[in-house]
Design a binder for this molecule. Structure first.
Ligand code: TGC
Ligand code: FAD
Length: 386
């Protein structure tokens, strides 16, 4: 497969620091050399490429944005990592998003010092894999409707309920579970070998096949008070974690779009129809220009968002706008690129169709496109339309 050189129509590369460029290029090379040669096999088999984990951890990508316990990189470097991982496959970026953004982050933000010391170094090293259980079979967009309960029993909590669509679910050693208590939503660190805990893989997926997605069942699952996140109070706690992952997704979507655009452009330059390369046809150029315009706009959006995030000024609605825009952009880009590839576009010799179907999940998870429309709508009008 030809080396990927990035999509940088507006010469934004020169705005990167040497460190940010080094991080981006290191992950780009890792994806090129190690992930792309094996990803289609995992796509066919419906398995996560776990063999990549030691290198991902070694490069510091899991806790990339976690201070003290991880590499503590700035928001732009973290975003570039997510972009490059998703250029390989959404499943690889999802693994890192969940481990870092949805599991290390709540322990770092809401955990006790003992919890941080016990879990974060091993999670950063990839020795402990974690999953984030918020969604349930009947509570997705509206997590306040969750039925999972945690009841206090002496020094313990007893959890009962079902979480569904949980990334890393069967791989995980530790589940960050959000459950309703008499005092509202609380967060629990549940080791997955706790009696009463089971994880069942969801296999029949067309999308995100190279990712582990599971249902978690908790039947009388007993965990000590020491495994409750002491500073997490109310639904605000898990929703705050979502900001981290949604930010990464806004960048990741650019990576998926870049992969498709790069493939379609190269293809158009060599595929001949009516006596000349299709890249020389006006209608093909229109599609390619649409792709590069939208990728460039998405890059600029993320650039500004990264600076706001580092300044502590990235309002959740700003993140929603970027997730909503960039994922829709990647979805449209993938479809246009698939079209440019003609019949070959439905083969797994090319990566565009894989990205195209993966993006259907991304359009839905971490807040659907519609939910992000309503979050931004509420911010600009002051009216809740949920
Ligand atoms: P609402 O009353 O609006 O909010 C409750 C409290 O939370 C605060 N809040 C936030 N705080 C920080 N960041 C955010 N993004 C926040 N959103 C809300 C809010 O200010 C309030 O605070 P307070 O102090 O007043 O108590 O709650 P609501 O029940 O009306 O719901 C609002 C809504 C719909 C926006 C929210 O429920 C939502 O975002 N729904 C979407 C659910 C979602 O995104 N689930 C994702 C599950 S994880 C996942 O998909 C992982 S994919 C993994 C991968 O990458 O592979
Ligand atoms: P629903 O909430 O039932 O929505 C169905 C449709 O109704 C959508 O189109 C939605 O936009 C629309 N809708 C809902 N409310 C409104 C409204 N008020 N106005 C207009 N339209 C509305 N969750 C986790 O907790 N952890 C994970 O690790 C995780 N990983 C995932 C991995 C994959 C591959 C997938 C597909 C999902 C994952 N999820 C995870 C779950 C994901 O967050 C939910 O699927 C998502 O929040 C949407 O919930 P739902 O599927 O129940 O859809």
């Amino acid at each position: 497969m030809a080396d990927f050189v990035g999509v940088d129509f507006y010469e934004m590369d020169e705005m990167l620091s040497d460190e940010q460029r080094l991080v981006r290029d290191t992950v780009r090379k890792f994806i090129q050399d190690k992930a792309l040669p094996i990803i289609e096999d995992h796509q066919r088999e419906g398995t996560f490429p776990i063999s990549l984990l030691p290198v991902i951890a070694e490069m510091g990508l899991l806790g990339a944005h976690i201070p003290d316990y991880g590499a503590g990189m700035d928001a732009l470097a973290y975003g570039l990592i997510m972009q490059e991982l998703e250029r390989g496959d959404t499943g690889i970026r999802s693994f890192a998003s969940v481990q870092g953004g949805l599991c290390m982050y709540p322990i770092w933000r809401y955990g006790s010092d003992e919890q941080k010391d016990e879990w974060l170094p091993r999670m950063d090293a990839g020795e402990v894999i974690a999953c984030f259980g918020l969604t349930e079979p009947d509570a997705g967009s509206d997590p306040s409707a969750m039925r999972t309960r945690a009841e206090r029993d002496g020094d313990d909590w007893v959890l009962n309920g079902v979480k569904y669509w949980i990334t890393n679910g069967t791989l995980a050693h530790l589940a960050v579970i959000w459950a309703m208590t008499d005092d509202g939503v609380r967060g629990f660190l549940v080791p997955t070998d706790t009696p009463g805990f089971t994880a069942n893989q969801i296999k029949a997926k067309y999308s995100l096949r190279a990712s582990d997605t599971a249902g978690l069942v908790m039947e009388g699952c007993r965990v000590p008070e020491a495994l409750r996140l002491p500073l997490a109070e109310g639904l605000k706690a898990p929703l705050t974690c979502l900001n981290e992952a949604r930010y990464g997704i806004a960048w990741g979507a650019i990576g998926a779009a870049m992969a498709c655009y790069d493939e379609a452009l190269r293809y158009a330059q060599v595929r001949v129809a009516f006596g000349r390369p299709i890249a020389g046809k006006q209608l093909i150029q229109e599609m390619l220009v649409e792709c590069v315009s939208e990728i460039t706009k998405a890059q600029l959006l993320c650039w500004r968002l990264a600076l706001l995030k580092d300044e502590g000024k990235a309002h959740p609605a700003y993140i929603s706008l970027a997730k909503r825009n960039n994922v829709a952009m990647a979805r449209n880009t993938a479809r246009m690129c698939r079209e440019i590839l003609g019949a070959n576009g439905i083969l797994d010799d090319y990566q565009t169709f894989r990205h195209m179907v993966n993006i259907e999940s991304v359009y839905t998870y971490e807040g659907t496109h519609q939910i992000h429309t309503l979050i931004v709508g509420q911010k600009i009008t002051g009216e809740s339309a949920f």
